[in-house]
Design a protein around this ligand. Structure first.
Ligand code: GAR
Length: 214
């Protein structure tokens, strides 16, 4: 059996995405396929730090404001990821911009709580996304797992899952419906990566799995 993929999970908040990945590793879609090698948190006092520590995962706190510029901050992030021999970086509600060196392109994923390229970009995270969808009277929403490049929410899309959006929804009810799909989409994308089934051709990700059903 090949070695499990070493994941580096980057987070800034509640840690539910990390919790889900840990559960999927512990007997779910990612069993024997992945392990969480480390967590990097962008701010202190967040629940995500506790989720990582309780699972026995090394947690690093790396604060942007401790660095003079984004270049120095990014170098520090990459050093930690390199030292932990991380194979795949998973952004899990991570809100701090860092610059990927070329050798990390195709090795960093993000999950966004809308159907990109709609409702993405600067300032579009968490509840802001769901508020924006409802403010435009959106009839569907969903989640997108994509590879990260150095432009916000603009990397090649790996997979998406859609949900209906209703006029009676609040940002919270829509967020809950979308999050249920996030809990399927992210581990599914990581599984495909771990099995070597994702091929990136410029902005298009091809899933090379005859049994894969989006
Ligand atoms: C998730 O819903 C994720 O899709 C979203 O933040 C939440 C993190 O929750 N990410 C973004 O909005 C990225 N633009 P968590 O901290 O409880 O895992």
């Amino acid at each position: 059996m090949p070695k499990p993929l070493r994941l580096g999970v980057l987070l800034s908040g509640g840690g539910r995405t990390l919790e889900n990945l840990l559960a999927e590793i512990d007997g779910g879609r990612l069993a024997n396929l992945a392990e969480v090698a480390l967590v990097i948190a962008s701010r202190p006092g967040i629940r995500g730090i506790e989720v990582g520590r309780n699972a026995g995962v090394p947690v690093h706190l790396v604060r942007r404001k401790e660095f003079e510029n984004v270049g120095a901050y990014s170098q520090a992030m990459v050093k930690i990821l390199d030292e932990a021999e991380v194979d795949l970086v998973c952004l899990a509600g991570f809100l701090s911009y860092w610059i990927l060196p070329d050798r990390y392109l195709g090795r960093v994923m993000n999950i966004h709580p809308a159907l990109l390229p709609s409702f993405g970009g600067t300032g579009m995270y968490g509840h802001h996304v769901h508020e924006a969808v409802l403010a435009r009277g959106g009839k569907v929403s969903g989640c997108t797992v994509h590879f990260v490049n150095n432009e916000y929410d603009a990397g090649p899309i790996i997979l998406q899952r859609a949900v209906p959006a209703f006029a009676e929804d609040t940002p919270d009810t829509l967020a809950a419906r979308v999050f249920r799909e996030e809990c399927i989409a992210y581990p599914e994308a990581i599984r495909l990566f771990a099995e070597g089934r994702l091929r990136i051709d410029r902005q298009v990700v091809h899933v090379e799995d005859p049994n894969y059903q989006p």
